[in-house]
Write a protein that binds this ligand. Structure first.
Ligand code: AMP
Length: 278
C-alpha cells in the first residue's frame, strides 16, 4: 500500500493501474462502516483507492471542522489490512484555489432535510466529490466504481444525480448501513458522545425500528409513523423525522420498495443522522 499526499504522486500511481478501480472517499477516522465500503471495493476491483480528506468546504461556520477526529496512523493500518492499494491524503491548498467556480446542489432535492439544516453543506460536498472522481478517473481506468454509504442517504442521492447530470463516467455503488450491536449507526462523530449521550443516541435507531414494526403491521400512514417515532425520540433534540420516496419527495403513505425514513437529532452537542430504506 502506498500513501500519496499530492496530485502528482496520485497520478503516478493511477497511471500504472491496468484494470478496474474501486474508489472509497472518506474523511478518515475509519470504522467498520468505511471498512464495509472498502471490502466491497476490494472484492470487485483490481485496484482500490481510499481518499482521506476532511473537506473544509462542506463544513458550515461553527461546525466541527477543527475538532473532527483525525487518526491518520490508525486509518493507514486499517487500509493496509483491508488490502487498499493507494491512500490519497491531499490538503486543502492543493484541492482548492482562491476564486473557485462552484457546484450547487439542486434546488428541490438539495434544500430539504440535511440541505435545510446545513445550508451550503451539499454544495461543498458535491464540489469535493466531483474533484475526487475526476482525479481518480484521470488516467482512464478500464472500469471505475465509487462506493458510498446509505447512511448519508441524501448525499448518495445527490452524488448519483451529479454523476448523471454531468455525464461522469463512474458507477456509484450504494452500500448498506453498518451498526453497532446495539443498533447505533456507526459514525466518526460517535466518539463525541458521553456514556449517557450514547444511551440516548440509541433512540434514533429504535425510532426506525418502531417505524418498521408499524409498516410490518401494514400501518402505512406517514403521519401516524412520524408520531410514533417522535414518541421514541423524546429524549433527544429532534431536527427532523421524514418519510420520502427514493427521489426525496415527501410522501403521505409508505410504498414498500420506494421509501426512505430519515431522522436527524442533536444529542448533547453532537448531531446524528440515521435512516432506513423500506
Ligand atoms: P465520511 O468519512 O463520514 O465522509 O464517510 C465516508 C463514506 O462512508 C460515506 O459514503 C458514508 O456514507 C460511509 N459511511 C459512514 N458511516 C457508515 C455506516 N455506518 N455504514 C455504511 N457506510 C457508512
Amino acid at each position: 500500500m502506498i500513501i500519496v499526499n499530492s496530485i502528482e504522486e496520485l497520478f503516478e500511481q493511477t497511471s500504472a493501474f491496468n484494470g478496474s478501480v474501486g474508489f472509497v472517499p472518506t474523511m478518515g477516522a475509519l470504522h467498520e462502516g468505511h471498512l464495509s465500503l472498502i471490502r466491497e471495493a476490494r472484492a470487485k476491483s483490481d485496484f482500490v483507492v481510499v481518499s482521506i480528506f476532511v473537506n473544509p468546504t462542506q463544513f458550515l461556520e461553527g461546525e466541527d471542522l477543527d475538532a473532527y477526529p483525525r487518526k491518520e496512523d490508525a486509518d493507514a493500518k486499517i487500509c493496509e489490512l483491508a488490502g487498499v492499494d493507494v491512500i490519497f491524503m491531499p490538503n486543502a491548498e492543493m484541492m482548492y484555489e482562491e476564486d473557485e467556480l462552484s457546484i450547487m446542489a439542486p434546488a428541490i432535492r438539495g434544500f430539504v432535510l440535511e440541505g435545510s439544516k446545513r445550508p451550503g453543506h451539499f454544495d461543498g460536498m458535491l464540489q469535493v466529490v466531483m474533484k475526487l472522481l475526476n482525479l481518480i478517473a484521470y488516467n482512464k481506468p478500464t472500469a471505475f466504481r465509487a462506493y458510498f454509504g446509505k447512511k448519508d442517504a441524501q448525499q448518495l442521492a445527490l452524488i448519483t444525480q451529479m454523476v448523471k447530470n454531468y455525464f461522469i463516467n463512474v458507477e456509484i455503488v450504494p452500500c448498506d448501513i453498518v451498526r453497532d450491536a446495539d443498533g447505533l449507526a456507526l459514525s466518526s462523530r460517535n466518539v463525541y458522545l458521553s456514556k449517557e449521550e450514547r444511551v440516548r443516541a440509541l433512540t434514533l435507531s429504535r425510532s426506525l425500528k418502531k417505524a418498521t414494526e408499524l409498516v410490518m403491521r401494514k400501518q402505512f400512514e406517514v403521519v401516524m409513523i412520524k408520531e410514533a417515532m417522535a414518541e421514541v425520540l423524546k429524549e433527544v433534540d429532534v431536527q427532523y423525522i421524514a418519510l420520502v420516496n427514493r427521489q426525496f419527495q415527501a410522501i403521505d403513505e409508505v410504498e414498500i420498495g420506494n421509501t426512505i425514513i430519515l431522522v436527524a437529532a442533536g444529542v448533547g452537542s453532537t448531531r446524528l443522522i440515521d435512516n432506513l430504506w423500506i
